[in-house]
Design a protein around this ligand. Structure first.
Ligand code: GRF
Length: 220
């Protein structure tokens, strides 16, 4: 058997995406090892989740650093010390310095609650509703210096229903996000995805458009 993929998770909040990854691992569906959960918020619930599962945690408070760049280099130093193969941004609510993340190109993914390239940044549900969109969704992408702008690996979609508000939409999307992230991490753990200069390679073929997540399965 090959060695499990070593994953560090960066998160600022409740950690339901991390919990979904943990649960998939518990079910024997993800051959991964969580080597670290890092946060910028000492009171982030994701830290308790990690501690409960025996995963090491670390907190770096941005207020203790001169600027974003100094913070990010310190954070990535700390993360690098745990020797992860993959960094998963799961609700990490900070913009990261481009130079600090460069060494992790192709080894860092983010889950974003919109059908990128639509609605980078915050308030994605509100913006989709305001635009009168008929569908919404979430994306997992490789992280580059461009905010929510790296190559998109996979997306999940859901219809926007009459009467939806931000809360109902976010609530219906969340379990789909969990499936999406878990499925993408499973592909990475199986070595079926790579980022090369020309873009994403999936099963040795260029990925021309994002995979779609249907009932938890990723399809071309
Ligand atoms: C998710 O909606 C994710 O897409 C976004 O932040 C939220 C994090 O939720 N990037 P959780 O902390 O994983 O519950």
């Amino acid at each position: 058997m090959s060695t499990p993929l070593r994953i560090a998770v960066l998160a600022s909040g409740r950690g339901s995406n991390f919990a979904a990854l943990l649960a998939a691992r518990e079910r024997g569906e993800l051959p991964v090892e969580f080597v670290l959960v890092a946060s910028d918020k000492a009171d982030a619930p994701v830290l308790q989740l990690a501690q409960g599962a025996g995963v090491p945690t670390t907190v770096l408070d941005p207020r203790e650093y001169a600027d974003r760049r100094a913070y990010d280099f310190a954070l990535f130093d700390r993360i690098g010390a745990s020797k992860p193969d993959l960094l998963v941004l799961a609700g990490f609510m900070r913009i990261i310095d481009g130079d600090a993340l460069k060494p992790w190109a192709g080894r860092m993914i983010n889950i974003h609650p919109s059908l990128l390239p639509k609605y980078r940044g915050l308030h994605t549900h509100r913006r989709a509703l305001k635009a009168g969109d008929l569908e919404h969704g979430a994306s997992v992408h490789f992280v580059t210096a461009e905010l929510d702008g790296g190559p998109i690996i996979a997306q999940t979609t859901l219809p926007i229903e009459a009467g939806d508000d931000e809360t109902t939409l976010a609530t219906r999307l969340l379990p789909l996000e969990h499936q999406l992230l878990t499925a993408v991490v499973a592909l990475l753990a199986a070595n079926r995805l790579a980022l090369v200069e020309q873009g994403i390679v999936f099963d040795h073929q260029p990925l021309r458009k994002p995979l779609r997540c249907v009932d938890g399965q990723l399809v071309r």
